[in-house]
Design a protein around this ligand. Structure first.
Ligand code: XLS
Ligand code: NI
Ligand code: NI
Length: 442
């Protein structure tokens, strides 16, 4: 198979130059080779590039077509174009120093007229990707199936009222699992694109949720059958494209998975912008998943609080990321997950350089946040405060409450005979916010 040797980017490989650098095409915080606790920063961060945004995104929006034109996107035969695009993508992954990538089946290969033809195109491109992975050492963080763009999925895939559409989606996931395995994918993601509803006037909610669970069980059975050992991840999102998606947020995702016997099969892929659309902070969603032992991976992006949709921007908010990193590190990290830049350029950011600036900014912000969070955890000031705040549960009747050894009657007796009225204690929020700022700004 041929790989085009031609370079697609004039930008050289991005180097770490440190915080003093004024080179906009250099890392200031992310030094991939820096060793921390026996592992490189690259191994700690496990950054991944999202193929759909970085290489299929055109800047189109509901009011106008694409604005971003890439030089490699020309040619008549869509499979050949897909290969050249992939060459450009792997050159970018290398130059931006990302060790991982992620894709949907239909991002990397064109959809054919039949499922058989789509599968054939996918096989050709997957062979190409395998070769590029081998040549560059770049690995697949996760694969997924696009079960939302094609009009056949307008009423959902696994939750479609038509069993025929369910079957088609099942066939597509079967193939996506096979190619994810073929490329050594470390995870497989289910984002319920159109798994929700627009109106209950035409929807049997209970049946649709049961179908979604059946679909996931089938996928798990098939993964076992073919020996795919990657982690299954579910990616919650409250709305968009449907008005109400079934995996609204992490908490409702946990309830769904537990109800349907899937809790051991899945962890969560948490996306910042989905968290905020659900009315939560990014850190909240991480904490809820971590509390259930189900923190899997991160779709690293940011929304715009003034816009009510998934704007998928690059996140440069060090405060938000530091708080997220504190929760992630406290939970023991992401395991087989990573930080996948599910983020796109703004419609006016049409230069190839913009693709570099965007990812440099995201990587630097995450790396800076990682280091600040490590310092916060090492110094343990917040942890000490929180521990003391709950210390009444460490001994005596407080401990008995936690152990389930005491009931309402004994507690009533205690209050009546001994304890009386509790003394109010300050939550010290402003003090803690100031303390956080000493880490962020010195
Ligand atoms: C869309 C989702 C999507 C998933 C992968 O909002 O974030 O990009 O990450 O299907
Ligand atoms: Ni996502
Ligand atoms: Ni999203």
């Amino acid at each position: 198979m041929k790989t085009s040797k031609k370079s697609h980017f004039a930008v050289p490989t991005i180097q770490f130059e440190g915080a003093g650098s004024d080179n906009p095409l250099a890392f200031r915080h992310y030094n991939p080779d820096e060793v921390i606790d026996g592992r490189t920063l690259s191994e700690h961060m496990r950054f991944s590039i999202a193929y759909w945004h970085a290489f299929r995104g055109t800047g189109s929006d509901p009011f106008g077509p694409g604005t971003i034109v890439r030089p490699w996107e020309s040619g008549k035969d869509p499979v050949s174009v897909a290969k050249i695009r992939m060459d450009a993508a792997f050159e970018f992954f290398q130059k931006i120093r990302a060790p991982f990538w992620c894709f949907h089946d239909r991002d990397i290969a064109p959809e054919g007229r039949t499922l058989a033809e789509s599968n054939k195109f996918l096989d050709q491109i997957v062979a190409h990707a395998k070769q590029l992975q081998k040549a560059t050492g770049i690995k697949l963080l996760w694969g997924t199936a696009n079960l939302f763009s094609n009009p056949r999925y307008m009423a959902g895939a696994a939750t479609n009222p038509d069993a025929h559409v369910f079957a088609y989606a099942a066939a597509q996931v079967k193939k996506a699992l096979e190619v994810t395995k073929e490329l050594g994918g470390e995870n497989y993601v289910f984002w319920g694109g159109r798994e929700g509803y627009e109106t209950l006037l035409n929807t049997d909610l209970k049946r649709e949720q049961a179908h979604l669970a059946a679909f996931m069980h089938m996928a798990n059975d098939y993964a076992k059958e073919i020996g795919f050992t990657g982690q299954f991840l579910i990616e919650p999102k409250p709305k968009e494209p449907t008005k109400h998606q079934y995996d609204f947020d992490v908490a409702s995702g946990i309830a769904f998975l537990r109800t349907h016997g899937l809790a051991k099969v899945f962890k969560f892929n948490i996306e910042t912008n989905h968290a905020t659309l659900a009315g939560h902070t990014f850190q909240h969603e991480i904490e809820v998943a971590a509390a259930a032992g189900m923190l899997g991976s991160i779709d690293a992006n940011a929304g715009d609080l003034l816009l009510g949709w998934d704007t998928d921007q690059f996140n440069t908010d060090i405060k938000e990321l530091t708080l997220a990193m504190v929760s992630i590190l406290r939970a023991g990290g992401l395991g087989s997950g990573g930080f996948n830049f599910d983020a796109k350029l703004r419609r006016q950011s049409i230069d190839v350089d913009d693709l570099f600036h965007a990812h440099i900014g995201g990587m630097d912000a995450y790396a800076a946040a990682f280091k600040i969070a490590r310092r916060i955890l090492a110094e343990g000031k917040f942890a000490k405060f929180v521990k003391e705040r709950y210390s009444s549960f460490d001994t005596g009747y407080g401990k008995d409450i936690e152990k389930g050894k005491i009931g309402l009657k004994q507690l009533e007796k205690l209050v009546l005979t001994k304890l009386g009225e509790p003394k109010a204690k300050s939550g010290k929020q402003e003090y803690l916010e100031n303390l956080l700022n000493t880490y962020l700004h010195g």
